[in-house]
Design a protein around this ligand. Structure first.
Ligand code: SF4
Ligand code: SF4
Ligand code: SF4
Length: 326
């Protein structure tokens, strides 16, 4: 049986996670309604904590300093660790395969490409458009990771706000303000013309994973002798990387999606692991399979060690956040 192309595998995995997260959001909606006293009890889906990256960053600092796993949002910390491991081992696999924003961004970029709307900014503008996410990341790391000590983190973790942060996030997107709608619309429409506008330019999570991916031995290699310079790889790349001008794509923007490998007519693009002549050629499904393996290993380990699903009911009771009995 022939394996699907890297692009098909990439989009299939992305879609599967979008559907899973849509189901997660539905479950969270039921839980939020129960908290409001408007329905029967629905268990809180731990996977929703994947949307609490700041809480996960604080949990990471606490964990690294030997103060244990985040007791309130352990799944959020697990997802962050999975994302960091995927960046280190297989080129931002979290962005390439698991994040729903990456899926939406890719779909918008393909729409722009098919309809001839895609713009190609010059080198200097490209560089400028990439900068904001590092500034945002720097501010967040300084404000949350550097300035906050463990005692402050422990205090924050137990705040009623943090206990229901997943619900607050859901409500934020269900009832967005005008400013939020305008930003979402600008990013959505902008991504049609400039692929990956949000991911490449503004997402601090992607910036962090991109910096870590610089240490990854995985890359996309281009065999220059076989390249015809057709530019298909560049136009297919959801991260606006000039693949056709690089010998080894290993920069912070590559998410390892394999879209470039799939469209290359000469087969001169290859996924590889390692450096120089000893680099090992990998099959097209490698980055996707490696990302899933890291995710399921992380999830399995978290479940087995009791670090996935936190029972928040006693804490909610203590803060008087439970709904009134009917
Ligand atoms: S850059 Fe941010 S929004 Fe884009 S795929 Fe990565 S984590 Fe998701
Ligand atoms: S260079 Fe290739 S693998 Fe990397 S993001 Fe672009 S299309 Fe995906
Ligand atoms: S798609 Fe292949 S042949 Fe065409 S420019 Fe890219 S690497 Fe070269």
């Amino acid at each position: 049986m022939a394996f699907p192309s890297p692009a098909r595998l990439h989009r299939t995995i992305q879609l599967a996670f979008v559907l899973f997260l849509a189901w997660t959001a539905w479950e969270l909606y039921g839980y939020a309604a129960w908290l409001d006293g408007k329905g029967a009890f629905v268990p809180r889906p731990p996977a929703a904590e994947a949307f609490l990256p700041l809480s996960a960053l604080l949990g990471l600092k606490r964990f690294l300093l030997g103060h244990g796993f985040d007791p309130v949002h352990p799944a959020g910390l697990t997802v962050l660790l999975v994302a960091l491991a995927s960046a280190l081992l297989c080129r931002r696999g979290f962005c390439g395969f698991l994040c729903p924003v990456g899926w939406l961004s890719g779909a918008l970029s393909r729409f722009g490409e098919r309809n001839g709307l895609r713009c190609e900014p010059g080198k200097r503008l490209e560089w400028l458009l990439t900068l904001p996410k590092y500034l945002i990341l720097g501010l967040l790391l300084y404000g949350f990771m550097v300035r906050m000590g463990v005692r402050e983190i422990d205090w924050f973790i137990m705040l009623p706000y943090n206990l229901t942060a997943d619900v607050a996030m859901l409500r934020y997107f269900l009832e967005p303000g005008t400013a939020t709608l305008m930003v979402l619309a600008a990013m959505g429409i902008g991504s049609i013309f400039l692929p990956g506008l949000w991911c490449r330019g503004f997402c601090p999570y992607g910036a962090l994973l991109g910096l870590l991916s610089l240490f990854s031995p995985a890359a996309v290699n281009r065999e220059a002798a076989q390249c015809t310079g057709c530019g298909r790889c560049r136009r297919a790349c959801p991260s606006r990387i000039a693949v056709d001008r690089q010998k080894r794509v290993s920069g912070p923007e590559c998410v390892g999606c394999g879209e470039c490998v799939s469209v290359c007519p000469t087969g001169c693009l290859r996924m590889s692991v390692g450096y120089g002549p000893t680099a090992r050629r990998m099959p097209g499904w490698f980055f996707g399979a490696a990302t899933l393996a890291i995710l399921f290993c992380g999830y399995g380990l978290a479940v087995l060690t009791g670090h996935w699903n936190a029972d928040l009911l006693p804490l909610l009771t203590r803060h008087g956040l439970l709904p009134p009995f009917p």
